[in-house]
Design a protein around this ligand. Structure first.
Ligand code: FAD
Length: 487
């Protein structure tokens, strides 16, 4: 058991942790460690290796504005290229000496007397740090529903986010439970292999054309020669794809919603031949209330003879397959759960103890909340990246992460400049911010749906940001230490 000291401890080596590390280096701050529980970096794009895994935000937009990749191979990059980009960022920005792998953080406690965090690792080691920055993602812990009988199934079963590549799907009868963002990507890939593929759909999703395409070697060369062109493309995708098209959808601007709905229905009509099947693919919630999926090959896959869509609901799992609520047994050799993540749990299962012994799990009993998604009152010198209410359905998460990282570095710098040791956001400030957020979330399209991964069972939306990313960036442009109690 060893105790080491550092100025800044960062948890997680996904986009958040890496962005924090890169920007710290760029700011000339080198005393930090990135604690990563796995054996490698990459977060989401290390873990999600299912066939067809790719981003939904265009590649240029889904990369850091200050570290543009100029030679993306296609408009929506696939997992291997996305993971490669993260590795490239870490190497280019000198992060390798700062990365500590197999370092799973199990608990963190703020030592008030010394104004530092004692970060406990699973093996018993301790890291002491002046600041603690979490970058543990919102979509890290796969959720597998507690369907009765799962343990009775005699075939193979796994979650799409932990794809078991040792299972050969060729000529197998495959049951896919779930039909959202991951399923629409891997179903077209595995359907030609399987002898029979059955998709169990709880509710339909809105799909819009993806229009993916390869980028020509000429374009790649041009971008590499003039990197400002890549940055321009990033900014154009941010503005036209995110801010202009999708933000009004989320804000329920009538005309935009009408137009997007027509476009989605036309997409469905064009791609699915059978009118009865089409009818089952029309969602019963407004477009945007759940994540809009950009996809061109899921609907055509449903036309295949060996693919079937079941909408009756799953009653239980049995030895030989999946029993539907209507009593039918759908026989299967393999079950894939495309059932999402424990998205509303945020920093769980970490035990975080702040000032005065306050537990974060207690503070968040009624749902995770924070000031700007970054700081929580009573937890000094703790910053979160991709924290509560900073997820988007309408732009790239990386835009949010970059804004948060800039804010954290600004706060640390200001604290240093004033010779201060500690900052803790004032509770009335945090409460007022969250009341404002709640009011505006109630007007967003996400409030219009009964259930989604953006919210708790009681309807509280804990995950999403209800405005444009431009507005979020403005709010986080500089850290106002006036809203913090400082020592
Ligand atoms: C299939 C899929 C597709 C997506 N596509 C898009 C997209 O197109 N556009 C978009 O904007 N967003 C997308 N997202 C969201 C994506 O998660 C974010 O864009 C972003 O990658 C999050 O980065 P992160 O570093 O915050 O979290 P993650 O990538 O989840 O990384 C968290 C890291 O923290 C580590 N960690 C967790 N707990 C601990 C612990 N206790 N101790 C130490 N280390 C720990 C994990 O091992 C992991 O490496 C997608 C998500 C998924 C699952």
């Amino acid at each position: 058991m060893t105790t080491t000291s550092t100025r800044i401890a960062i948890i997680g080596a996904g986009h958040s942790g890496l962005c924090m590390g890169m920007q710290l280096k760029r700011a000339g701050i080198h005393d930090f460690v990135i604690l990563e529980k796995s054996a490698t970096l990459g977060g989401t794009w290390r873990d999600n290796t299912y066939p067809g895994a790719s981003c939904d935000a265009p590649s240029f937009l889904y990369s850091f504005s200050f570290a543009q990749k100029t030679d993306w191979s296609r408009r929506f990059a696939w997992q291997a290229e996305l993971l490669g980009y993260s590795v490239e960022c870490a190497v280019k920005h000198g992060l390798l000496p700062h990365l500590r792998f197999h370092a799973e953080v199990s608990a963190a406690r703020f030592d008030e007397a010394r104004n530092l965090w004692r970060v406990e690792l699973a093996g018993g080691d301790v890291v002491e740090a002046h600041f603690l920055v979490t970058g543990m993602g919102q979509l890290h812990h796969p959720a597998t529903p507690a369907i009765p009988g799962r343990e009775d199934f005699r075939g193979e079963q796994f979650h799409s986010a932990r794809w078991d590549h040792s299972v050969d799907l060729a000529t197998k009868r495959v049951a896919v439970i779930g039909n959202a963002a991951s399923a629409v990507q891997f179903v077209p890939q595995i359907a030609p292999l399987a002898s029979q593929l059955t998709i169990f759909q709880r509710s339909a999703n809105w799909l819009l054309p993806r229009k993916d395409r390869l980028y020509s070697p000429r374009l790649q060369r041009r971008m590499t020669r003039w990197p400002w062109l890549a940055k321009l493309r990033h900014d154009a995708q941010w503005f036209f794809f995110g801010e202009l098209q999708l933000t009004p959808l989320m804000k329920q601007v009538r005309f935009v919603q009408w137009f997007a709905t027509r476009k989605a229905l036309a997409h469905l009509r064009r791609q699915v031949r059978d009118p009865a099947l089409r009818a089952r693919l029309v969602p019963d919630f407004p477009i945007g209330a759940k994540r809009v999926l950009f996809n061109d090959d899921y609907y055509p896959t449903l036309n295949r003879d060996n693919v079937r869509l079941v909408t009756e609901g799953v009653e239980r799992i049995e030895r030989d397959g999946v029993r539907t609520k209507s009593g039918e047994l759908v026989e299967a050799d393999v079950i894939v759960y495309a059932t999402g993540f424990h998205a509303t749990d945020f920093l769980a299962p970490l035990a975080i103890t702040g000032a005065g012994g306050r537990k974060l799990s207690e503070e968040w009993k009624g749902g995770a909340h924070a000031y700007l998604g970054v700081a929580v009152s009573g937890f000094p010198n703790l910053f979160m990246l991709y924290g509560p209410n900073t997820n988007l359905g309408h732009n790239s998460i990386l835009v949010m992460i970059e804004a948060q990282v800039g804010y954290v570095i600004d706060a640390i710098r200001q604290l240093d400049a004033r010779g201060l040791k500690r900052l803790d956001v004032r509770r009335p400030v945090m409460d007022e911010y969250n009341a404002w957020l709640k009011r505006d979330l109630a007007k967003s399209v996400w409030a219009a749906d009964k259930q989604s991964w953006y919210k708790l069972a009681d309807g509280t939306i804990t995950n999403n940001w209800p405005h444009s990313t431009m507005r979020y960036r403005r709010l986080l442009r500089a850290a106002d230490l006036g809203v913090y109690e400082t020592v």
